[in-house]
Design a protein around this ligand. Structure first.
Ligand SMILES: NC(=O)c1ccc[n+]([C@@H]2O[C@H](COP(=O)([O-])OP(=O)(O)OC[C@H]3O[C@@H](n4cnc5c(N)ncnc54)[C@H](O)[C@@H]3O)[C@@H](O)[C@H]2O)c1
Length: 356
């Protein structure tokens, strides 16, 4: 359903605008589009990093809504705009309620709103948690690929914190032809360790899976270390645990003490974003009073502006950019629109004449 908009005199000469249809996109629909498309999603995320680095995005700081009476919970607003081939504006509104997992439901829930760049009208309200987990895992898989070039692909991976994000990261690595001899697992919750082990078995991994009883042994025995905990402050302090110079995907951002970052090569997704909100990179900046420990962004590595050495650990810290959610969300939207599966709410916008 396309409805004609009343034009203002100034706009009359320009091409007439129309109010786009508004769709509601369920998690099942999102999953149907994204499942099996991990390679495309990684390419899209890489392309979006390039567009962001080229300055063709708007990605203001995320807004953290926190609650004095519920200090572990938060809801984050990530407004953004993407140019390039994607051309969409919008916002992700994502809750993190870590206590949810005790009841067996995921920590994070989200909606993603896409806005039409011509009229500003919202095009869709989509289930956002699958898009968010997919873009996070795609970014981690892209980093694992680009940052291990020149060192050889790690065959021993260790997951510290094994919830939904760890599962998505493993799925995206597997879908892009990573295979492992050994998979290490450590989580503060035995239930999470069991759940993740069960997932690994069902995924058909040929790797030997070892559940460690602490982070030290897991880190020392892994060449690719994935942090996906919900730690609010650093709990890993000892630089000697990283003496074998692993590649570290610090997806949960707040696990590592500043000393570890200061002794590593640091690649971020966006420098200004990452040095905020009490991340380990932010703490490192506060400790030394400068940003010299930051070597560059993943886009810098992809475009050859930064080259990597193998004489230190590499830590990738992705703050998580709203532009990635929009790019993946628009991909899902376009796939559904192209196959006639958009569920349009016909009368969603009903006040369409300025003077009635
Ligand atoms: N950087 C990004 O773009 C991005 C995007 C999405 C999620 N995340 C982050 O990823 C993390 C994981 O998200 P999730 O949805 O999988 O959460 P989840 O709650 O499903 O799983 C987190 C797991 O970490 C475990 N854990 C907590 N503290 C630990 C510690 N000190 N050592 C070992 N295990 C510990 C918990 O027991 C739990 O099993 C969160 O911190 C989230 O904010 C980052």
């Amino acid at each position: 359903m396309m409805t004609e908009l009343a034009s203002s005199p100034a706009a009359a000469a320009a091409e007439p605008k129309t109010v786009p249809p508004f769709a509601v996109i369920s998690g099942t629909q999102v999953q149907q589009v994204l499942q099996g498309r991990e390679k495309e999603v990684i390419e899209l995320v890489e392309q979006t990093y390039r567009v962001h680095a080229a300055g063709d995005t708007v990605n203001p700081p995320s807004y953290f809504l926190r609650f004095p009476d519920r200090p572990t919970s938060r809801i984050i607003a990530l407004p953004a705009s993407v140019g390039g081939q994607v051309e969409v504006d919008g916002i992700k509104w994502v809750s993190s309620f870590p206590d949810n997992v005790a009841s067996g439901i995921p920590r994070a829930s989200a909606v993603l709103i896409l806005n039409d760049q011509a009229t500003g009208y919202p095009l869709a309200c989509m289930e956002g948690s699958i898009i968010s987990a997919s873009r996070t895992a795609a970014s981690a898989a892209a980093a694992a690929d680009w940052l291990s070039r020149g060192r050889g692909r790690p065959r021993r991976i260790g997951f510290l914190g094994v919830g939904l994000i760890a599962r998505y990261i493993h799925t995206f690595l597997k879908a892009t032809d990573w295979s492992f001899d050994e998979i290490g697992v450590f989580d503060l919750s035995g239930e999470s360790e069991e759940g993740f082990k069960g997932y690994l078995e069902r995924s058909g991994t040929g790797a030997r899976v070892t559940v460690h009883d602490g982070p030290e042994q897991l880190i020392r025995s892994s060449d690719l270390v994935v942090f996906a905990t919900v730690a609010g402050q650093p709990h890993v302090h000892d630089t000697t645990w990283f003496a074998h110079k692993p590649l570290v995907l610090h997806v949960s951002l707040r696990d590592l003490a500043p000393e570890i970052l200061l002794a590593s090569t640091n690649i971020l997704d966006d420098v200004d974003h990452c040095l905020k909100a009490g991340t380990s990179a932010h703490l490192a900046e506060q400790k030394v009073g400068n940003r010299d420990f930051v070597d560059g962004t993943l886009a810098d590595v992809m475009e050859g502006r930064v080259s990597l050495t193998d004489d230190r650990p590499i830590v990738f810290s992705p703050f998580g950019l709203g532009v990635l959610d929009l790019a993946v969300g628009k991909y899902v939207y376009d796939e559904l629109a192209g196959s006639g599966q958009l569920r349009v709410v016909e009368d969603f916008f009903s006040e369409l004449r300025r003077y009635g």
